[in-house]
Design a protein around this ligand. Sequence first.
Ligand code: MEV
Length: 454
Amino acid sequence: MLRSLIFVIFALKITKMSDNVSGFSKFSKEEKINWIANEYFDNPNDAISIIKQYWNSDEKIQKLHDDFIENTISNFYLPLGIAPNFLINGNYYSVPMAIEESSVVAAASKSAKYWSKRGGFKATVLGTEKIGQVHFMYKGDTQKLQQFFNTNKTKFFTATEDITRNMQKRGGGILDIELKDKTSELANYFQLHATFETKDSMGANFINSCLEQFAKTLQEAVKNDSTFSEEEKNIQVVMSILSNYIPNCVVRAEVSCQIEDLRDKTITDPQAFAEKFVQAVQIAEIEPFRAVTHNKGIMNGVDAVVLATGNDFRAVEAGVHAYAARNGSYSSLSHAAIKDGVFSFWIEIPLALGTVGGLTSLHPLVKIALQVLKNPSAQELMQIVASVGLAQNFAALRSLTTTGIQEGHMKMHINNILNQFKATDEERQVISKHFENHTISHSAVVTFIESLRK
Ligand code: MEV
């Protein structure tokens, strides 16, 4: 009896440990959920009910979300907040932000309001050029390949006419294609390095389609060229893909005012404030450990708007951090200066954004977010996103160099703790009152709730 019980327990353990599955993508949604629930939960019914609780009650909307990716079992919510009062190039914006971190929206709103009374944000797009590359291996005479490329360059444009027609109508297309010899870094390695203008779309599909056609054109044209030997004709295309590093697709946003005008309720010594603020930025310019956190604060704002507007925040993140390291050492994306009694604070940031295509016309909340932003062009969205990043950075540095960051953070975080403890309305009132003049920390809040409940 005991032996068979041990065997059953052992067998159960084995099944739990070998939770690999074949054909998961072929399961129906219901089967997928059941499999997950039975495989990973002691109480599968509870898990199933939570997973389904997050389904949209409108079947059509749920189907739309199911189809965005593969193997969808539910939706993952993030709060969508609004940071109002962003005055950018003379226009007011209420900015939608999708983010889970408490205090980010509050900080952006506070900065927006502060700067709206001091002239607002001035934003300029410095460039919109996107990049893509065909990476290939060629064993042969480099000069012959260069000569071939020069005489055949137009072929790449004509071979992609079907792909570029619509983009050209919108004023975009392929800007240029270069042949790059990378053999000094990797044997036999060459590139077709192409630049693109993709107007209001982020352009990833357009660029990748063009690149894949370039690769075919290259291989075919070389094969048909009798100046190449058989070995030279055997070009190996390794891959054709856009680059998320876009150092010429950059937007600048700036705020500035007379130092005296920085004064407000909590900035009582504007000169000292400005000097310490500039020092904080200078530290992030030269110290990578600080720069990463400094830029993370900027990305709190950037990512939240990028996400709310249905853009690819992973692409933005990758490109931004590469840009921050472009001079060989990771550095601050923002800069600050005091000159002739004027304080200025600015950011330059690469952003590949779209306001058409992708999720922008599919996700109902993305459409709402874009409508709230008055349906901006991609360039306007770049200006808005850069301004929010700068506002976020201003808020963080303002707190860090004055009160410290925890005061504001913990005020917002207290809600999360209260939710965790399922605090009643009465408890919330007592707790809020208590912490008006006591330092907020996780353990202080927890201890206080527990003492209340004793
Ligand atoms: C927290 O999410 C962001 C900050 O750490 C940014 C910064 O340190 O500048 C507050």
